[in-house]
Design a protein around this ligand. Structure first.
Ligand SMILES: NC(=O)c1ccc[n+]([C@@H]2O[C@H](COP(=O)([O-])OP(=O)(O)OC[C@H]3O[C@@H](n4cnc5c(N)ncnc54)[C@H](O)[C@@H]3O)[C@@H](O)[C@H]2O)c1
Ligand SMILES: N[C@@H](CCO)C(=O)O
Ligand code: NA
Length: 440
């Protein structure tokens, strides 16, 4: 089947990421969607840059309406932003019978009711995973994964720019303006960064989540919004001394009286996972009556993380648009005729790093012997800690613990060297081995 054709409006930060990821993972995405997905036309006012982004074989125009008018195109991605021309283009694309994918939370939070109604009437989809918490699939989680639940509340760090500002101010003592500039340079901030720092962007996102969580219309005008511009550095410090971090949270809650919908700085106990979400990272905690509390964490802004969500929507729409049984969501995510024959590795071939603890005789040369055997096996050491003998076995002890952190090594190699180490007469007890994952 011929690839589904996509038109892109706006080849900026997110648009260029969408191109890159779609090209890099083309084959895998096709195996998942059951059909190729190709951006064949791009509109951007800056046609020279768009041409650079799009590469060979893609038609570049400056007038977005040419993309919408192209009958070959089934899906239009709107990545221009704002309420003005973006709104007109989205409504025109819908009227022309195109599905729309957008990252424009401002547009949907304010004009969502009109846009979704137009799409419903026309029988097309408007997908917006990228609009909330960027790459985190929170829309899909709320709409599909948690669909059995009566959702009670959700709270999240959903603006990367402000979380980045708060983290950098606290950790590096940098001033607000400097960090904001850096967030803009990194492509996190909105075209108008007051939307970020005054909590408006977070308000747009929590409004969209509130609608999906509780089945209410999008009502940005009812949200209470405070940003971080009035936050004083000493309050961040005092909160810290009391065991709290200050985070800009978007919160929406079902109560007997109605729905809470609010964005403001909040003290969060330092030991909570949310308090430890740093930099431009986002996280959303959702509480459903059946599932309890669940947490979603990841990059909420930036070129490729946001593109990740845009493309997920493209795949969803491609599956639904190509509406025969063969193109529904496959049981194993990839289409049955596109499964891979990649092998599952035996544990001995797994590469990871290790924590090793050896109870050894407290005598000269033991450490050298142990590290020598590891070196011979090609296992490099990240850190060594030797406990004092009397900490281990009491005063006058003749035993001590050697704790070794290794760099990455093959499990089979580690097994062999552990057998050698265990056989040393100076190693007194079974060696403790715990695998270590940096998960970075
Ligand atoms: N940057 C992020 O991390 C991020 C994350 C999530 C959502 N978003 C949203 O994604 C959208 C795009 O953001 P971005 O950061 O990629 O913005 P950007 O400013 O980098 O890109 C916008 C592009 O649109 C083009 N453009 C402007 N007017 C146009 C018109 N009339 N016709 C055609 N092209 C036009 C601009 O030349 C520019 O290349 C916004 O709605 C934003 O809120 C961004
Ligand atoms: N300006 C937004 C981009 C992602 O929506 C942020 O900082 O989170
Ligand atoms: Na998302």
């Amino acid at each position: 089947m011929k690839p589904i054709q996509v038109g892109l409006l706006g080849a900026g930060t997110v648009g260029s990421g969408t191109f890159k990821v779609l090209q890099r993972n083309q084959e895998e995405i096709k195996r998942r969607a059951g059909r190729g997905i190709e951006i064949t036309m791009v509109a951007d006012l800056d046609t020279a840059r768009a041409r650079e982004v799009a590469g060979e074989g893609v038609k570049v125009v400056s007038d977005a309406r040419e993309v919408i008018a192209n009958p070959e195109i089934d899906i239009v991605i709107e990545l221009i932003g704002g309420y003005g021309i973006a709104k007109q283009l989205v409504l025109e694309a819908i009227a022309a019978g195109k599905h729309v994918v957008t990252a424009n939370k401002a547009l949907l939070a304010v004009h969502g009711t009109e846009i979704f109604a137009a799409a419903h009437a026309k029988g097309v989809m408007v997908a917006f995973e990228a609009a909330v918490a960027g790459g985190i699939p929170i829309i899909k989680a709320l709409r599909e994964g948690l669909t059995a639940n009566s959702i009670q509340w959700l709270a999240g760090i959903i603006n990367g720019t402000t979380n980045f500002i708060l983290s950098e101010m606290r950790d590096k003592g940098l001033d607000f303006a400097t960090v904001l500039k850096e967030a803009q340079r990194l492509g996190y901030a909105e075209a108008d960064p007051t939307f970020d720092i005054e909590g408006v962007d977070a308000g747009h996102k929590v409004t969209l989540m509130s609608a999906i969580a509780f089945g209410i219309p999008v009502q940005f005008d009812k949200a209470h919004i405070e940003g971080i511009t009035k936050l004083a550095a000493q309050d961040i410090r005092y909160a810290e001394q009391l065991g709290y971090r200050i985070k800009l949270l978007g919160v929406t809650k079902r109560t007997v009286k109605g729905i809470e919908l609010r964005v403001h700085p909040s003290l969060v106990p330092s030991k909570r996972l949310l308090a430890n979400v740093e930099g431009a990272m986002n996280a959303v905690v959702v509480h459903g009556d059946a599932v309890g509390t669940t947490l979603y964490y990841g990059k909420g802004a930036g070129s490729e993380p946001t593109a990740s969500a845009v493309i997920a929507d493209l795949v969803d729409i491609t599956r639904l648009h190509t509406a025969d049984a063969a193109h529904r969501v496959p049981h194993l995510a990839f289409h049955p005729d596109a499964m891979s024959d990649l092998k599952v590795l035996p544990m001995s071939e797994v590469v990871t790093s290790y924590y090793l603890r050896l109870r050894v005789a407290d005598q000269a040369g033991v450490l050298a012997k142990v590290t020598g055997l590891l070196a011979t096996a090609g296992i490099s050491i990240d850190a060594v800690l030797q406990r004092e003998a009397d900490e281990v076995g009491g005063e006058g002890s003749t035993q001590t613990d050697l704790i070794i952190l290794t760099h990455d090594a093959r499990e089979g190699t580690v097994n062999d060297v552990l057998a050698e180490l265990q056989a040393l007469p100076t190693v007194l007890e079974p060696i403790v081995r715990i695998r270590k994952e940096e998960l970075s």
